[in-house]
Design a protein around this ligand. Sequence first.
Ligand SMILES: Cc1cc2nc3c(=O)[nH]c(=O)nc-3n(C[C@H](O)[C@H](O)[C@H](O)COP(=O)(O)O)c2cc1C
Length: 179
Amino acid sequence: MNKVLIAYATYSGNTKEAAELLAHKLGSAGCPAELHRIGTVPVPDLSGFDALVVGSFTWAEGSVPEEVKDFILDVGYKPPRVFVFGTGDTQFGGDGLFCRAAVKLARFYESTLPPLKIEQSPRGGQETLVQEWAAEVAGAMRKAPVRRRVPQDQADRPQTGRHFCTGQPQSTGVPASKT
Ligand SMILES: Cc1cc2nc3c(=O)[nH]c(=O)nc-3n(C[C@H](O)[C@H](O)[C@H](O)COP(=O)(O)O)c2cc1C
């Protein structure tokens, strides 16, 4: 079964709404999803899931929220299959900064799908975007199943999780100018 954990961070509810809608759409596409609100309870055991979906709003000038950086560090390694969505607002810096946190996270996790970007609430016209993206996630999971595992060594640990997201040059191989 293609079981998915959707871990999301939210302040005012848009990302929660998107996460709930996505969970519903993924379930309909044959990928049952469990929701985890970042920062409320300990991170679930990821070995029980076939994919991790991370949802984040974007903060000041394109930043990844601190609680999402903490989540990355709590997880402690890069799971083999991660998909990312975000909510944002184009009024905060236009297209360049729109959902920039989701873009950074997708790059960090080397996601095979472009991040889903939602302008504030997914209600209304953007529901279709969520539906289409859920279908892409389900398709990607069917095409390339991965074996569930938790790394035994440090090799997969993103020792740079926080640094990547703050744009400080570290060993991610991604130039700071691009973060
Ligand atoms: C202080 C502040 C800064 C923000 N900066 C950005 C930004 O740089 N890029 C962006 O796309 N959205 C930005 N936003 C908009 C939020 O990301 C957007 O409203 C998001 O949907 C909030 O998610 P939530 O309701 O789940 O908390 C900003 C919002 C606030 C309050």
